[in-house]
Design a binder for this molecule. Structure first.
Ligand code: F6R
Length: 259
């Protein structure tokens, strides 16, 4: 079962996860990080700045979850640009060692396979940061995605396009297609860290953590993974039936157990 940690704020969540990532990088200087974009992980990246300031990150590798298809890579909201701006530059990572799926239309047929090969060649992802969509997607694996899926092109749902319109000049500017790591790809990572904040995420989180495992709620794939940490604020946790148990387990966690 996933370990569910309910914290007071997204800043507190950022500190908790950043501490774990810093611990990982100290122990394994060539750690492979799975990087999410969107609003959710920003507090993690923010907290990582000070925590990695005195750590050698020259060998750290990173793989983004997804990218829009057909959006100019230089567009400020392409995930290539977002990862450069929010992660690579502030943390001082080597840009050559951080990859984002190639969403350019020329060669898109083989971009998924190439990305899978690159992840395997790097030795797989050690810690994968995840957010969740209001429709339950992780990565851009929209409802109905196969649990065995690997990196490939998907069509975004109207709900996801509406949610992401805030990053663009309106919904019409949001690309319709994306290239995303599959649920199968995500499940190969050694540690999944799923974060969610705010009331709007509460139904998706309740379904992902406590609902049936179903392709209709792709986030429920985390129930198939042996090492998952779910970090929530009170609002995102508000529909969990077993919240008291999760709080009790966290408050009484043996000191020798890591995250
Ligand atoms: C981003 C990603 C998505 C987002 C999700 C939540 O790389 O894969 O699954 O994590 O859409 O987005 P935010 O965090 O903006 O609410």
């Amino acid at each position: 079962m996933a370990e569910v940690v309910i914290v007071g704020s997204r800043q507190e969540a950022g500190v908790l996860v950043a501490d774990e990532i810093a611990r990982l990088v100290r122990a394994r200087p060539d750690a492979v990080l799975g990087l999410a974009t969107g609003s959710t992980p920003l507090s993690v990246y923010e907290a990582l700045r000070s925590r990695l300031a005195d750590v050698d990150v020259s060998r750290v590798r990173g793989f983004a979850l997804d990218e829009y298809v057909g959006l100019d890579p230089a567009h400020p909201e392409s995930y290539r640009s977002v990862i450069a701006r929010e992660v690579v530059e502030p943390l001082g990572l080597d840009p050559e060692r951080v990859q984002v799926p190639d969403g350019r239309t020329a060669g898109i047929e083989t971009a998924g396979e190439a990305y899978e090969r690159a992840i395997v060649a790097a030795g797989g992802v050690d810690l994968q940061i995840l957010g969740i969509g209001t429709d339950g997607h992780i990565g851009f694996n929209e409802p109905g995605s196969s649990f065995a899926s690997l990196t490939r092109v998907k069509t975004l749902t109207p709900e996801t396009r509406a949610d992401n319109a805030r990053f663009f000049d309106g919904i019409d500017e949001v690309p319709r297609h994306c290239i995303t790591q599959g649920l199968g790809t995500i499940l190969r990572a050694r540690h999944l860290v799923l974060l969610a904040f705010g009331e709007a995420k509460a139904p998706a989180i309740a379904g992902a953590v406590e609902g049936p495992v179903t392709a209709m709620l792709p986030g429920s794939a985390v129930q198939l993974h042996p090492h998952v940490t779910v970090v929530l604020d009170e609002a995102a946790a508000s529909r969990l039936q077993r919240a008291d148990y999760y709080r009790d387990a966290w408050a009484n966690k043996p000191a020798w157990q890591g995250l």
